[in-house]
Design a binder for this molecule. Structure first.
Ligand code: GDP
Ligand code: IMO
Ligand code: MG
Length: 426
C-alpha cells in the first residue's frame, strides 16, 4: 500500500481509530501528526475495546512502528498512563516500536489549569466546550516561542528555567484574573520530571526515521485527529481545536515533503455528530436525534459528554473534499441507520434566500443557514453481519451511492459495526 492520510471529515469521532487499525494491517508505520489527548480513538479487536488518546491506533498490530510527530502536543502524565493501560493489555509499547519526536511540545500542568479556568469563566454562548486537556494553551505557547519540547526533558536545568519563565506570566493570570492559587515551579517541575524516565527513551527524530523507512520501501499511514471542521483555520472558528486538522498538515506535523502523501481517505460517519459548542446546521434536537445517539452510542471517548447528533451534511462534506484533496471515503456506522423509514441528506443550505452548495464563509453565517434536505428510503434489516457490497439491502446501497454522487468522492469502504471484520471493501 502507498502512503495514506486518514482524516475525519466532520467534527470528529467519525471512526478514524477503527479504520486506522484496520488499514494498519497492510502498513509499516502509523504516525500521529497533530492534536493531543483531546482525541479519543476507539479500536475494538475480538470484542476487546481500547481507547487511545495519544498513542497511534496502529499499536494493536504487532510489529508496526508507531510515531508521534512534532505537530502533536503531548501530555507526559497522560502518555505514561496510556502506556500502563496498554502494557496491562499485553501490548508491546517498547521504545523500539513507539517513538516520539524530540520537537513535540509538552502539555504542562499550567496549560490544563488555564484551559479549564478560561472555559469556566466564559459566559454561556462564548464557551468553546473544550476537552479541558490544555490543548489550546499548549499550542499558544508553541507559537509564542515559549513552549517546552519533549527533548527538554533531557535537560533539567533548561526545563526548570522554562517553567519558571512560564509561571511568571501565568501565575499573574491565575491569581489576578481567575482567583486561583499560584502554581509553584518546584511542583510543576517535579510532576513533569516524574514522567521523564518514561518519555525520554521514546525520543527520536521522526522526520529522519520516515526518510529511512521510505528508503527501505516501507509504507506509512498518517492518523489525523479531530475533524476537518474543527481545523484552526478552516473550521467553524472560534468553535474549533487549536491545530490544523487538514491532510496537508500531515507533512508539516512530522517533517516530510507533501509529495509523499499518495492517498487521502476521509472518514465519514453515515450521519453527523459534534461534541462541544459551535454551529451544526443539521443538528436534531428531537426524538430522531436521541435515537441516533442511543443507537450509535454517541458519548465522547475522552470526556463522556453526549454527542450532538443530526443528519448527513453534504455541504460540509464538499468543503472537506476540497480542503483535503480526498481521494476516497470510508463510510462508518451505516448500521446505525438501520430501522429508519426515511433518511434525510442535507444537499445544500438556504442562506439569506440564496441556495449554497458550500458553507458561507462569513463569521457566524453557519448559525443562520437552513438545511435543504432530500429524503431517501430507509431499510429495516440488521446489516452488521454483511460482508460484501451485494449483501447490503438495496436501500442502503442507494444511500451510499447518493452520498458519492452528491460529494463527487468515491466510497471505497463501508463499515457496518465497530469490529475490524465488520468492514466492506468495494
Ligand atoms: P474517532 O475519534 O474518529 O476514532 O472515533 P471514536 O472512537 O471517538 O468514535 C467512533 C465510535 O464508533 C467508537 O465507539 C467505535 O467503536 C464505533 N464505530 C466505528 N465504526 C463503527 C461502525 O461502523 N458501526 C458502529 N456501530 N460503531 C462503529
Ligand atoms: P477525535 O480525534 C470530537 C472538540 C471539543 C471542543 C473543541 C475544542 O476523537 O475525533 P480542544 O480540547 O481541542 O481545545 O476542544 O474541539 N474536540 C473534539 N470533538 N472529537 C475529537 O477528537 C475532539 N477533539 C477536540 O469538544 O468542541
Ligand atoms: Mg473520538
Amino acid at each position: 500500500m502507498s502512503n495514506v492520510v486518514i482524516v475525519g471529515v466532520q467534527w470528529g469521532d467519525e471512526g478514524k481509530g477503527k479504520i486506522v487499525d484496520l488499514l494498519a494491517r497492510q502498513i509499516d508505520y502509523v504516525v500521529r501528526f497533530q492534536g493531543g489527548n483531546n482525541a479519543g480513538h476507539t479500536v475494538i479487536v475480538d470484542g476487546k475495546k481500547a481507547a487511545l488518546h495519544l498513542v497511534p491506533s496502529g499499536i494493536l498490530h504487532e510489529g508496526k512502528i508507531c510515531l508521534i510527530g512534532n505537530g502533536v502536543v503531548l501530555d507526559p502524565v497522560v502518555f505514561t498512563q496510556e502506556l500502563d493501560t496498554l502494557i496491562a493489555q499485553g501490548v508491546d509499547v517498547s521504545p523500539s516500536r513507539l517513538k516520539i519526536s524530540g520537537k513535540t511540545h509538552l502539555i504542562m500542568p499550567y496549560h490544563k489549569a488555564l484551559d479549564q479556568a478560561r472555559e469556566n469563566k466564559l459566559e454561556k454562548g462564548q464557551k468553546i466546550g473544550t476537552t479541558g486537556r490544555g490543548i489550546g494553551p499548549c499550542y499558544e505557547d508553541k507559537v509564542a516561542r515559549v513552549g517546552v519540547r519533549a527533548s527538554d526533558l533531557t535537560d533539567p536545568e533548561l526545563l526548570r528555567a522554562k517553567i519558571a519563565a512560564a509561571l511568571k506570566e501565568k501565575n499573574v493570570l491565575f491569581t489576578a484574573l481567575y482567583g486561583m492559587e499560584p502554581l509553584s515551579v518546584d511542583a510543576v517541575f517535579d510532576e513533569v520530571m516524574a514522567a521523564a524516565p518514561r518519555v525520554v527513551p521514546h525520543l527520536t527524530d521522526v522526520s529522519s526515521d520516515l526518510q529511512q523507512a521510505w528508503k527501505e520501501g516501507k509504507s506509512v499511514l498518517f492518523e489525523g485527529a479531530q475533524g476537518i471542521h474543527l481545523d484552526i483555520d478552516h473550521g467553524t472558528y472560534p468553535f474549533v481545536t487549536s491545530s490544523n486538522t487538514v491532510s496537508g498538515n500531515a507533512a508539516a506535523g512530522c517533517g516530510i515533503g507533501p509529495n509523499r502523501l499518495d492517498r487521502i481517505i476521509g472518514i465519514l460517519k453515515a450521519y453527523t455528530t459534534r461534541v462541544g459548542e459551535g454551529p451544526f446546521p443539521t443538528e436534531l434536537n428531537d426524538a430522531t436525534g436521541d435515537l441516533l445517539r442511543a443507537n450509535g452510542g454517541e458519548f465522547g471517548v475522552t470526556t463522556g459528554r453526549p454527542r450532538r447528533c443530526g443528519w448527513q451534511d453534504i455541504v460540509i462534506l464538499r468543503e472537506s473534499a476540497r480542503l483535503n484533496g480526498l481521494t476516497d471515503i470510508a463510510l462508518t456506522k451505516l448500521d446505525v441507520l438501520s430501522g429508519f423509514d426515511e433518511i434525510k441528506i442535507c444537499v445544500a443550505y438556504d442562506y439569506q434566500g440564496r441556495r449554497m452548495d458550500y458553507p458561507p464563509q462569513e463569521s457566524g453565517a453557519l448559525e443562520r443557514v437552513t438545511p435543504i434536505y432530500e429524503s431517501v428510503p430507509g431499510w429495516k434489516e440488521d446489516i452488521t453481519a454483511c460482508k460484501t457490497w451485494d449483501e447490503l439491502p438495496e436501500a442502503a446501497r442507494a444511500y451510499v451511492l447518493r452520498l458519492e454522487e452528491l460529494s463527487g468522492v468515491p466510497v471505497s469502504m463501508v463499515s457496518v459495526g465497530p469490529d475490524r471484520n465488520q468492514t466492506i471493501f468495494r
